[in-house]
Ligand binder design. Structure first.
Ligand code: KG4
Ligand code: ZN
Length: 335
């Protein structure tokens, strides 16, 4: 079954063709980073306008790269939320119209469920059940995943997401946007033990996270140590990153042990972080837990993961009504 996936929840317009939820036949991602860089963050109205310009060419390219025509598609899956409403609406309305015109079944997909499916697109998919650590710009959550559409939340961030903290700290250090990847690079040159930043919630008996105190600790450090040298900047980046990684790795391993689960998936934009990939793999291995991490290209927002999640829902007979709407936040969650 070939599914066309479409993603437009934030600042990437993406389309992909995936067979049977596993085989990526094409994955096209048009990034808007250059448009938002002068503003040090995503400007929602500019994002919506750029999605409008990009959606048709991106879908055409995804079909061309998969070497198929639209008549060879079996269904359409599109991100429904959470995300920026105006941005979501572009991909969602396009997908509805496209599926209706072609007489194809279609479904709206939760962006977080899609990220979890990115782990099935590589060479090392986990067996069910597994624990998933989802770390992105908008979310930091742990799930117990027992089936392709069965994901029980175990914990989530009470304030900033991990990626948001990376982006804000990068901004404080004047490293530009997007910040996560720059901190990743700079931290490799620094000493992670140089500044003793707090490890929020590390010793609390909860699977929730909190990163806003850590972000404030970096701000206070910069106030008391102004005009850092290049070496000091690298030390701050490395020490901040180590604090985030310590908390994420400890909670993820504890969540696996709580569920008596031997498989852990790391997904979301922050899963591209080299230190996190390394530490989580090492820590989990020492507890007999196998870690499954998608290729970095599939960690950030893409449409292949949307198509993969959509395959299971379409195959189970799920169909979205034409009056279905997008959503900006989960009604039951605060972050
Ligand atoms: O999943 P994603 O592409 O979009 C959301 O759903 O939010 O995640 C984007 C986040 C951004 O905060 C970005 O700074 C972070 O992922 N990120 C990284 C790295 N690459 C992207 N954070 C740390 N290290 C990286 N290498
Ligand atoms: Zn995402």
């Amino acid at each position: 079954m070939k599914v066309l996936g479409i993603e437009s929840s934030c600042d990437e317009t993406a389309a992909a063709v995936v067979a049977d939820g596993r085989i990526v036949q094409s994955s096209v991602v048009a990034s808007q980073v250059d448009i938002h860089r002068p503003y040090d963050g995503v400007v929602p109205e500019l994002a919506s306008r750029q999605h409008l310009r990009a959606v048709v060419p991106v879908v055409s390219r995804a079909l061309a790269e998969a070497g198929i025509g639209s008549n060879q598609l079996d269904g359409v899956a599109v991100t429904r939320g959470p995300g920026l409403i105006g941005a979501l609406l572009v991909g969602f309305s396009f997908a509805k119209a496209y599926a209706w015109a072609l007489g194809l079944p279609w479904v709206g997909i939760d962006h977080l469920e899609a990220h979890i499916h990115s782990v099935f697109l590589g060479d090392d998919p986990p067996p069910f059940p597994f624990v998933a650590l989802m770390v992105s710009g908008g979310h930091t959550c742990l799930y117990h995943v027992t089936g392709p559409t069965a994901m029980t939340p175990m914990g989530q961030t009470r304030d900033d997401a991990a990626g948001e903290a990376f982006d804000k700290v990068a901004k404080m250090l004047a490293l530009g946007y997007p910040g996560g990847v720059v901190i990743d690079r700079l931290a490799a040159e620094g000493d992670p033990a140089k500044v003793a930043f707090p490890r929020p919630f590390l010793n609390r008996d909860t699977f929730d996270f909190s990163f806003s105190g850590l972000k404030s600790a970096v701000r206070r450090h910069l106030e008391t140590h102004p005009a850092p040298s290049e070496k000091e900047m690298a030390d701050i980046a490395a020490s901040f990153q180590e604090a985030v990684v310590d908390v994420l790795a400890a909670k993820a391993v504890a969540a696996c042990r709580r569920q008596d689960c031997r498989h852990l998936a790391l997904v979301g934009g922050v899963a591209a972080n080299r230190r996190l990939r390394h530490r989580l793999s090492a820590d989990a291995r020492s507890h007999g837990i196998a870690v499954h991490i998608p290729h970095p290209a599939l960690c950030g927002d893409n449409a292949a993961m949307v198509a993969a999640a959509g395959f299971h829902r379409l195959a189970a007979g799920e169909r979205a009504p034409l009056d279905e709407d997008v959503f900006s936040r989960h009604p039951t969650r605060s972050a």
